[in-house]
Ligand binder design. Structure first.
Ligand code: CS2
Length: 395
């Protein structure tokens, strides 16, 4: 049976790539958590099977998932994870570890000054990047490493970051490894008690019916027959469409929605002011997209609004609001830069909303869920907080 090693077994993986793997012919997954054993313990207690609770506007269906066969936890046994990455048992290594876990700086390269990365290079840590680079350096057979996080050119960025880590650590990463880029999409809220009760499963994961996966066809070894995947030569146009239109709109709705007292995405999109700015933001973003996807943008925007309106998903705005310092540059700022000074009121409102959100959280002494929380708080307390906050995400 062919195997995938997956790093980061959070809800998104369990709703997206695991669901595709469930429908593939015979592929199974060994999962890796980096910090805590909680997900491993929960899944292991039920033979690694769980319910995917799929909610669209018409109701709920439950898809049983049992393609995960084992899990490792890096904080308990880092060497076991390095050995798995090196093992020829796995043809594919996939990752969903969130934007911040790659440790990239504003230039998209591995930030060698980040304390975690520095410690790992000095042999006293276990970052995702360091663990991956150490395992890949021991590989003797080809493998595909597939980044499934919402970063532009995610494969190329990961390849470069692995090389940067390897160079700094005197590791030799073999050539027969490919890092295709891909675009992943499935809106996946955090699990609530209501979902656990509904599915009668403590490890249940809620998600929407829509799912999309566009992958560059550059696999170094066996390629899973994931049904429904769109295989392409260049994923960039799809990635830009999704990051700028979906994720950009999401971040706007999150910050502006919270400031206006909303809790969920479906409530924020029903607010007429937020809805019209969301549509304007998608139109501003659409204008920056390459020709290949231009024709789709109108239908795509319409479909996104419908997905946001899903009344049964209960997608919390605070979930999207976290890690804004990592998300805003790639979802909003880069779009604004590409508009080269053209009037962009909606994108600017998204930045104002983020600034307003951060200031309101800091003023209320609520902890900021963001890897740059300290810098954000200092910016809020500076003489010119708005300019200081903007500068922080403007690279
Ligand atoms: C969201 C994404 O939390 C967020 O930042 O914008 O997780 C979004 O739901 C997914 O990218 C949809 O595919």
């Amino acid at each position: 049976m062919p195997h995938i090693l997956h790093l980061g077994v959070g809800n998104f993986f369990r709703a997206h790539a695991a669901a595709y793997t469930q429908d593939s012919a015979g592929w199974s997954v060994t999962g890796v958590s980096f910090r805590s054993g909680t997900i491993r313990n929960g899944l292991a207690a039920q033979g690694f099977a769980y319910s995917l609770v799929i909610k669209d506007a018409d109701g709920t269906t439950i898809k049983p998932i049992n393609c995960i066969t084992n899990m490792l936890v890096a904080s308990e046994d880092p060497q076991a994870v390095i050995d798995a990455i090196a093992s020829d048992r796995f043809d594919v290594i996939t990752l969903t570890v969130t934007e911040k876990a790659y440790g990239l700086g504003p230039d998209g390269r591995l930030d060698m000054n980040a304390p975690d990365t520095r410690a790992d290079v000095n042999g006293a840590g276990a970052t995702v990047l360091g663990t991956l680079a150490r395992g890949l350096a021991l590989r003797t057979t080809p493998v595909t490493v597939l980044c499934c996080d919402n970063l532009p050119e995610n494969g190329a960025k990961l390849a470069q970051a692995v090389r940067d880590f390897a160079t700094a650590s005197n590791l030799q990463v073999p050539d027969q490894i490919t890092f295709p880029s891909c675009m992943v999409d499935r809106i996946t809220p955090a699990t609530t008690d209501a979902i656990r009760d509904e599915a009668n499963d403590p490890m249940a994961v809620p998600t929407e019916a829509f799912t999309e996966w566009v992958i560059e066809d550059r696999f170094a070894a066996a390629r899973p027959d994931w049904p429904g995947v769109q295989w392409v030569n260049d994923v960039t146009p799809h990635e830009m469409r999704k990051l700028r239109m979906l994720n950009g709109a999401h971040s706007f709705l999150a910050y502006a929605g919270i400031l206006r007292g909303h809790t969920y995405v479906h409530e924020a999109i029903a607010d007429p002011d937020l809805r019209s700015t969301t549509l304007a933001l998608m139109a501003e973003a659409a204008e920056t997209l390459p020709g290949e996807v231009q024709k789709q943008t109108e239908a795509y925007a319409k479909a996104l609004i419908q997905r946001f309106e899903n009344p049964n998903l209960h997608h919390s705005l605070r979930q999207i609001a976290m890690d804004g310092s990592q998300k805003m540059p790639i979802r909003i700022l880069s779009t604004l830069t590409e508009r080269q000074g053209k009037s962009s009121p909606a994108l600017n409102q998204a930045i104002d909303a983020w600034v307003g959100f951060v200031r309101a959280e800091v003023a209320a002494a609520r902890p900021l869920d963001d890897p740059r929380a300290e810098a954000l708080i200092a910016a809020c307390q500076s003489e010119h907080p708005v300019a200081a906050l903007r500068a922080l995400i403007d690279g």
